[in-house]
Ligand binder design. Structure first.
Ligand code: GLU
Length: 496
């Protein structure tokens, strides 16, 4: 096969130079793993911190694993998280296409270039896929490694299917450098002659990533540490092509506990699951940023970071090589902090769908209910159960009226409700202030502590021991008519 050197020169000339370029290269699996989200975030931060370029590349060469709609999940998640890309399948760029399956022809050309350079060879052996996957075969004995040019040509002419394998040197060692893991040296004889190009002409991930990272001018390759063991083979490929080796940043796994990686298959939440469980994107991102990275210098104690602050503070040197444990209680704390920091309007907006799950009555003011909740919830999914009594008062126990601290018992509560009902009935203007003044004045005239009056009013209004908001707020939101209806019903319960 004669190779078109002009093509390779042209490809080289397209590569942008001079700036930091990073890429997030997800495979379309249909969801975003917490570990993947962290990789995306770190990769994006490295580019943004240095004023560099962030690229999105879709790695879909494993056609057997494709999931419908999965690419949309990637775009949606990246956009929701604010991890905007400068180049990618949807926005284009100078080194596209950015979807591996659309780069198919290119990998074949580079695989053949490598054959020509002596760093790869045609292999016509029939090996099962599982043999390939396990690497469980005797590489020294691969007869194709030493076929003569005439034998190869004869096989090609006969149309025999082939794969292209990397020709790993059988002696010596390969050293590579990783930012967090330092220098790692492996003996070449421990590396297998991995397949670069499959029978169907599609590249393996191990080949495509090297070709793409080079042709896309990637300066920093950020990926999970599961790829550490393949890095020496990648270096041998870069060297054989005569390409510059990028800076490697391998990130340790996100763990469920001391011993187990987080895994969707074992029920651990993905990014989408966390959002469905009531966490805010901003809180998830902030927490995920700190799973395996820590700020240095004057920010070393800081925990709450906006995305802009992360851009400013993010140094690669802060990435740790020890695995991080995902602690949901810690995420709850971040989430509560973020919920509290929202403006009341923004909180009301994010809380509304959760409030409306149980509060269907259109007369109930969502913003007023939201105001009660903002300081009192860690997760949005706690909301429906907290506010369900607005629509329908539960069938509560009269024992709720007894509370030692408020000095109430059934008898005292009955007296309080007997006094509160006419007082509230006489109010002309049902405002929060009016309800408040009315009840405070009533407590004073009855000569009891405010709590002694407020407790039974709140129990009768909500039918629950624990409520977001006190008696005044709940009555105000329920409205005069509904409040009185509930207070009278409470009184009936106490008289029964
Ligand atoms: N497609 C690979 C994955 O999703 C990307 C690995 C890499 O970033 O090189 O695991």
């Amino acid at each position: 096969m004669t190779l078109d050197t002009h093509f390779f020169e042209e490809m080289e000339s397209r590569i942008p130079k001079g700036k930091i370029r990073t890429r997030f290269a997800p495979s379309p699996t249909g969801y975003m793993h917490v570990g993947n989200l962290r990789t995306a975030l770190y990769t994006w931060l490295i580019a943004r911190h240095s004023g560099g370029t962030f690229i999105l590349r879709i790695e879909d060469t494993d056609q057997g694993r494709l999931v419908e709609g999965a690419t949309d999940v990637i775009y949606r998640t990246m956009a929701e998280c604010g991890l905007t890309h400068d180049e990618g399948p949807d926005v284009g760029g100078p080194v596209g296409p950015y979807i591996q399956s659309e780069r198919r022809d290119l990998y074949g050309k580079y695989a053949h270039l490598l054959v020509e350079k002596g760093a790869a060879y045609y292999c016509f052996c029939e090996k099962t896929e599982s043999e390939e996957d396990s690497g469980n075969f005797d590489r020294d004995a691969d007869p194709c490694r030493s076929l003569s040019p005439a034998e190869i040509q004869a096989n090609l002419d006969a149309g025999r299917p082939y794969v292209i394998r990397q020709r790993i040197p059988q002696t010596g060692s390969t050293t590579f450098h990783d930012v967090s893991f330092g220098e790692i040296t492996v003996e070449n004889k421990t590396l297998d002659d991995q397949v670069l190009l499959k029978r169907d002409g599609l590249p393996t991930y191990n080949f495509a990533n090297v070709v793409d990272d080079h042709l896309m001018g990637i300066t920093h390759v950020v990926r999970g540490s599961e790829y550490l063991s393949s890095a020496p083979k990648y270096n041998l490929l870069y060297e054989a092509f005569g390409w510059e080796i990028p800076t490697y940043v391998h990130c340790s796994p996100v763990m469920r506990d001391q011993h187990n990686k987080m895994s969707k298959r074992h029920g651990d939440p993905s990014y989408e699951d966390l959002i469905a469980q009531g966490y805010l994107t901003s809180a998830v991102l902030n927490y995920v940023a700190l799973l395996g990275w820590s700020p240095k210098g004057e920010r070393s104690e800081q925990e709450i970071f906006s995305l802009e602050e992360l851009v400013d503070a993010f140094e690669i040197a802060g990435i740790s090589k020890s695995p991080a444990i995902f602690d949901i209680a810690k995420l709850d704390y971040f989430n509560a902090t973020y919920l509290r920091a929202l403006s009341p309007e923004d909180f009301s907006k994010v809380a509304e769908p959760y409030i409306r799950q149980t509060v269907k009555n259109p007369a109930i003011d969502v913003a007023a209910v939201a105001a009660l909740l903002q300081a009192r919830c860690e997760k949005l999914t706690e909301i429906p159960e907290k506010v369900d009594f607005f629509d329908q008062i539960p069938d509560y126990d009269a024992a709720f009226f007894t509370n030692k601290k408020s000095k109430t018992n059934p008898e005292v509560s009955r007296e309080m409700l007997e006094a509160a009902i006419p007082a509230l009935e006489s109010l002309q203007n049902w405002t929060q202030e009016a309800v408040h003044s009315c009840l405070i004045a009533l407590a004073e005239s009855l000569g009891v502590k405010n709590a002694t009056l407020m407790w039974p009013v709140r129990i009768a209004a909500a039918g629950k021991l624990v409520t977001p908001g006190g008696a005044v707020e709940l009555c105000w939101i329920l409205g005069q008519e509904e409040t009185l209806r509930r207070l009278r019903a409470g009184l009936e319960k106490l008289r029964a």
